[in-house]
Design a protein around this ligand. Sequence first.
Ligand code: URA
Length: 432
Amino acid sequence: MTQFTFDAPTVIRAKRDGGRLSDEAIDWVIDAYTHGRVADEQMSALLMAIFLRGMDRAEISRWTTAMVASGVHLDFSDLRRDGHRLPTVDKHSTGGVGDKITIPLVPVIAACGAAVPQAAGRGLGHTGGTLDKLESIPGFTAELSNAQVRQQLSEIGAAIFAAGELAPADRKIYALRDVTATVESLPLIASSVMSKKLAEGADSLVLDVKVGRGAFLKTEAESRELAATMVELGKAHGVPTLAVLTDMNVPLGRTVGNALEVAESLEVLAGGGPSDVVELTVRLAQEMVELAGLDGVDPAQTLQDGTAMDRFRALVAAQGGDLAAPLPIGAHSETVTAPRSGTMGDIDAMAVGLTVWRLGAGRARPGQRVQFGAGVRIHRRPGEPVAAGEPLFTLYTDTPERIAAAMAELDGGWSIVDGAEPIRPLIIDRIA
Ligand code: URA
């Protein structure tokens, strides 16, 4: 067998100069970085080279496989309830603003009769992360052992957990990308999402691929390519996978920020909540139950009859959370009011995402603590009438010195118009 020897500067230089990374170079660099033999600054340079030069599908596939191989691979093929095999299915989003869909969706699927082993992430760039959101519930922990994940799946049908031993290479690379401006890269997003999802061992997978200003990739063509790449990766690994392209020009719902989004998710689970959050939750749930082979179930019904809420309460309790305790809210707030009457126009998801990040809901350094109570409440959605002086946005933070910079991000990110504001369709396409 040929013995390959590598060093980080040579691998970085190859990609910096626009070359392909060989399978062996990819396997080596992922393994060496996972085990601390490649330094953060070297991986940062390689990530920037990949960001600038890209990777072809074969490189992405190998990079993903190497990240899966960096950790354990869960297997739920023997999961049973009441003597029957329990199908597993999961969903992952490529990252959006106000995208709290996982929180109501996971208990909806559990209530429909499948199990969701959801390995979730923390905030990335201007987008929030499910783990940061759920950890705003007092006592909630996402650090679950594999045994606990398995037990929750068979008893409740759901576990939402930090990837931990799954794809540890992604955990390190994800944290590095967050603070080195290397998030917005098709190969890095595709491999990050798919490595976690393939390692978590769900039978099938639905991907929510975001399109528009608040998405990491800016053009619809790039989002379509990302969706197709990930669907191919899933299928190549034997996991039936489909993607739904959804609009991310405008934030989802009326809240952006960790605890604020949990509160809104509870409204959805109680049968209310913003119509776009409900629509996307139900649509993704329909795709998931179909992939899981469940017949005659209606995901929307589980939001109305309380069965999804019951699953969420059970999930939170199993993970140490106390839903009776108040959710945190920033101690300082500032409200933007309408300068004139009219119709709420467009709201730029990127502007709102950066506002919330500046308020303290995201990270600027690795490992930084996020503020659970920081965020923005959107009082008027595009198309809704506004009267002069009415509140449009309320900003919350624990650190009032952040408000000026946050206000500057929001400035220019919304408008009041005369007449009707065209509303974009939320669901753009389905790629299978
Ligand atoms: N979600 C992930 O898990 N990784 C990314 O890179 C983007 C969104």
